[in-house]
Ligand binder design. Structure first.
Ligand code: C5P
Length: 409
């Protein structure tokens, strides 16, 4: 699964503490550590006794954990190691979390290193349960879980599905990239708290017959980065996505669409309740007029004569323009402009014609920018006439900087 939309480069120097408990899913904590380290987050790790039956300290040390604690009284050098996370980490994540650690946290039991560290921890605590469905649905576990949620613990899952013992039901560890996203969110500023943000992203697919369509190579990465960073910074995010591969945590509401007309209808429905809308989708400007008898079946080669081999097009709605036409004073509207020539002049024209507050213009067809590229080279123009040219930046960083501009719009 792609995690390119989670590669935010702004967590250098931040610290998280990772607690691992005894579940078959413990091996996934190694991947979580790798993701956290790739975001330049410093990570201390604590393994419970039963976690060590599944995974070893050496794996976590080799992947760059700053410390790996196992026993409450193991260190002669530091008698206060049980307080280190509460003094130095800005988030505690327990993944996977067994019924046992959930019960201990609910009751305030501190009888090993992890439960003691957790009891002392005052920052955000993210818990990703993983256990057999009967253990998950047991009244004791459910009651303990509700206690933790009432105290403000951040739940990461669990999902439902097939678990390691062969049973199916609740209690499956949620995807590691979602747990990673929750940690990033816990470490992010909350300057978009309370804002409703709408993002359109990806290409649209315009059918010609039942199996053929017109589209473009947009990956949706820029929009996915904007959606994730808005969510991490506290916004309530709605995404209207054309066909793309990104996975979002369940709090990010995603409406999947295929065509421009479907995207238009979904975005229009959501816009009136949005404070900010950001249209990054590479919407097909035209859609084929299906040939006679062609919209519900595949047209056969042998049925077609040369005169039929012309695709006739009709215009699609311009979603951004129609949102701009109904925008009220408190709303902010952000557009993107991909151009091969006259970049600034065209972007300026779109800014005024579509009633935008900000437009992010990038040249397509050059290295390091545009469709399906990991980076973008953009110029941002706002409605007050301010123009900023940014260097080549990873798309997550472009997204982060766009939200930084919001108070100035
Ligand atoms: O006019 P142009 O297509 O270059 O404008 C690009 C901007 O308009 C992008 O923000 C894109 O998401 C949006 N757009 C749209 N609906 C269309 C065409 C473009 O929302 N049909």
């Amino acid at each position: 699964m792609s995690i390119e939309h989670l590669r935010f480069p702004c967590f250098l120097g931040r610290r998280a503490h990772l607690g691992v408990t005894g579940s078959v899913a413990a091996y996934k904590a190694i991947e979580l550590l790798r993701l956290l380290k790739s975001a330049q987050i410093e990570v201390g790790v604590t393994l419970t006794g039963s976690a060590r039956r599944f995974v070893g300290e050496a794996s976590f040390q080799a992947l760059g954990a700053s410390t790996v604690d196992t026993e409450l009284f193991a260190s002669d050098d530091d008698p206060f190691a049980h307080l280190t996370p509460s003094r130095s980490a800005q988030a505690l994540v327990i993944a996977p979390a067994t019924a046992d650690i959930i019960a201990k946290l609910a009751c305030g039991i501190a009888d090993d290193m992890l439960s003691t560290q957790a009891l002392a921890f005052r920052g955000p605590i993210i818990i990703a349960p993983a256990m057999n469905p009967n253990m998950w649905t047991a009244p004791a576990t459910q009651s303990n879980w509700r206690t933790l949620l009432d105290r403000g613990v951040i739940p990461a899952g669990p999902d439902a599905g097939l678990v390691a013992c062969g049973d199916t039901g609740g209690g499956r560890l949620c995807p590691v990239e979602h747990i990673f996203a929750y940690v990033l969110r816990a470490l992010s500023p909350k300057d978009l708290a309370g804002k409703n943000v709408l993002i359109t992203l990806g290409p649209t697919r315009e059918p010609w017959d039942a199996v053929r369509y017109l589209s473009n190579p947009s990956s949706g990465l820029m929009g996915a980065c904007l959606a994730m960073s808005a969510w991490m910074r506290g916004a309530n995010v709605h995404v209207v996505a054309g066909p793309t591969e990104f996975s979002f945590p369940p709090e990010v509401n995603v409406a999947h669409v295929q065509t421009a007309e479907e995207m238009h209808s979904a975005a229009s429905d959501l816009f009136s309740a949005s404070d900010i809308a950001c249209c990054t989708a590479a919407v097909a400007d035209f859609r084929p007029i299906p040939p006679e008898g062609g919209s519900t079946r595949k047209l056969k080669k042998r049925e077609m004569n040369a005169d039929d081999l012309v695709i006739r097009l009709q215009p699609n709605p311009d979603i951004l323009r129609s949102l701009g036409a109904t925008k009220h004073a408190g709303q902010r509207l952000i557009g993107f402009a991909a151009e091969t020539e006259n970049l600034l002049a065209s972007a300026k024209l779109k800014l005024t014609e579509k009633h935008l507050d900000l437009i992010v213009a990038n040249r397509v067809g050059v290295a390091g920018s545009g469709f399906a590229s990991a980076t973008n080279i953009v110029t941002v123009l706002d409605r007050t006439g301010r123009v900023e040219q940014w260097p080549e930046l990873p798309k997550p960083e472009v997204a982060w900087r766009v939200w930084d501009l919001l108070p100035h719009l």
